[in-house]
Design a protein around this ligand. Sequence first.
Ligand SMILES: *Cc1c(COP(=O)(O)O)cnc(C)c1O
Length: 400
Amino acid sequence: MESFNPADCIQDLQFFGEYGDVNPSISDSSTYTFLSAKKMFDTFESNVEGCYLYSRHTSPSNLYLDSALAAMEGTESASVTASGMGAITSTLLQLCGNGDHIVSSRTVYGGTYAFLKNFAPRMGIKTSFVDITKLDLVEAAINSDTKILYCETVSNPLLEVADIASLSKIAKKHNLKLVVDNTFSPLSVAPARLGADIVLHSLTKYINGTSDTIGGVVCSSVEFINSLKNVNDGATMLLGPTMDSLRSASILKNLRTLHIRMKQHSHNAMYLSAKLEADGIKTVYPGLPSHPSHELYRTMIHPDYGYGGMMTIDVGSFDKANALMELMQERNVGYLAVSLGFYKTLFTAPGNSTSSEIPLDEQEAMGLTNSLVRFSIGLDNDIERTYQMIKKCMQELHIL
Ligand SMILES: *Cc1c(COP(=O)(O)O)cnc(C)c1O
C-alpha cells in the first residue's frame, strides 16, 4: 500500500497550456473542426486519438481532470461528470437493465438510496440493501440476476467501513462489478488497488474542497470509460451529465492542494473525536479504537492522509442536536449545512436531512437516530481552540 502514493501520482503530471502556461488552456468550445470529412467520420465511429468532436462526448479540459483523477485512483481511465449523482446513475444504468439486480450497502448517500429504491425499479432494476459489514449477508443476497455490488468506502452518514478487498473476492466469485463510492476518503483509500472495478466520487466534496460547484467522476478501465462515452449506447453520452470545461479547469487547480487539505481534515477530526469521546460523548470516527472497523480501516488507508474529516456524535435528543448546531453556528464553530469537505466545519442532523429518503423505521434499525450530528471537520488552524468552543456550547446546553 505505502509504496503507492496517490498525491505523488497527481504531482508528477505535467500539463502545459498552449503558450507554455503553467495551467492547461481551457477549451471554450462545444464543437471542433476537422480538416477532412473522413477524419470526422472516423472520429465519430471510433474516438480517433487526439481528435475532439463535441463536448458532451469529451473535451480537452475534461481530459486533463480525467487523467489526474485516474492517476489518483490508480485506474486506467476516468470520466468527469456534472455531479456525483451523474457519475453514480450513469454507471448503474450502463451496467444494469430490465431484470437485473444490485446488492447495495444499506447505508449509502441519501440520493443514491433514493435512486436505487424509487427510480431504478421503473427501469426494471431491483436492489437488495444489506449490512455491508456482514460479508455472509452480502453473499446471501446475490442471485442469478445480480450484476453489481455497490458500497461506499466509508458510509454516509454512519461511517461504516466496507472491507473492499473481501467484497472484491465475493464480486469476482459471482462475476459482479464492485462499484465503490470513495467520496469520503480521497487519497486515504484507493479502492481500485483493493479490487474495486469502478470508483466513483462526488467532486463536490473534498476533491474540489471549496463548496462552489457540483461535480463527479467515474474511474475505471479504458473499456468501461469508453463504453460510457459510446455514441450509440453510452450512458454519459446519451443521458448527458457533462461537466463544463471552465469548471473542470477550476476543479483541477483545487485538486493540487488536496493532499495538504486531507492531512489537516484528518488531523483535526482525530483530535476532536478523541477529546469528545474522552468527555463521554458518544462519538463515531474510524480513527478511534472504539470504532468497530478501526483495525480493518487502519490496514486500508494510506497513513499520510489519515482517517478522514467525517465524524458523528450522538447528543441524546433531537432538540439538543438542533440547539447544539444552532449555537455552534452562532459562535462561528462552523455552518449548519449539508455537504462536506469545506475549509469550514459543516454540521447536519442526517436523520432529518441528507438521509431523509430512508424511512424512519429503517433509520432506527441501522442506528441512524435523529439525535445524531454529522460533522465535516474543517481546516481550522488551532483545533484545541475549536474544541474549547464546542465544549462551551455543550456545557451551556447541558450536553456535557
Ligand atoms: C454528495 C454525495 C454524493 C452525490 O454527489 P453530488 O455531487 O451532490 O451529485 C454521492 N455520494 C456521496 C457519498 C456524497 O457525499
